[in-house]
Ligand binder design. Structure first.
Ligand SMILES: [Fe+2]
Ligand SMILES: [Fe+2]
Length: 145
């Protein structure tokens, strides 16, 4: 696959994933607003919009998965687990940095959120590290046995 095509696939994957999240969030918001709407007609339109957003969101997910599987070159589970661990570790760094910047600006509630998610990402990284180690050991044992 050429570099350019791979770049297009990566961009498409990120864009579809983002759209899925945006539509899902918007659908939930519209459902909330529908329950407070002043007329039946508005309730109906908001509910229909929410439904359409959810349908469209799941289509965007299918697109995202299709781009990812077209792009996928790694099929080694150990490599996948290690790459996932590295990606989680990178997220930890980014969230910690975001938390420091937010604290510097006196935005404590946002800093606390960044710190909380950094901890979750750290847990994800540790889980992937442990799975990688177990898989590596089990493969070694299978080869020796
Ligand atoms: Fe799409
Ligand atoms: Fe994560």
């Amino acid at each position: 696959m050429s570099e350019r095509v791979a770049e297009s696939l990566k961009r498409a994957f990120v864009a579809e994933s983002r759209t899925y999240q945006r539509y899902s969030y918007l659908a939930a918001k519209l459902e909330e607003q529908a329950s407070l709407a002043p007329t039946e007609e508005i309730v109906e339109i908001l509910r229909e919009a929410a439904l359409r957003l959810r349908d469209t969101a799941s289509e965007e997910t299918r697109h995202a998965q299709m781009w990812l599987s077209t792009l996928e070159t790694m099929t080694d589970p150990l490599q996948e687990l290690q790459a996932s661990r590295e990606s989680e570790e990178a997220d930890v760094e980014e969230y910690q940095q975001a938390a420091r910047s937010a604290r510097e600006e006196g935005k404590d509630p946002q800093a606390a959120l960044f710190e909380m998610v950094a901890l979750a990402e750290k847990r994800h990284a540790m889980m992937f590290a442990s799975l990688s180690e177990r898989l590596q050991r089990a493969w070694l044992a299978a080869r020796l046995g």
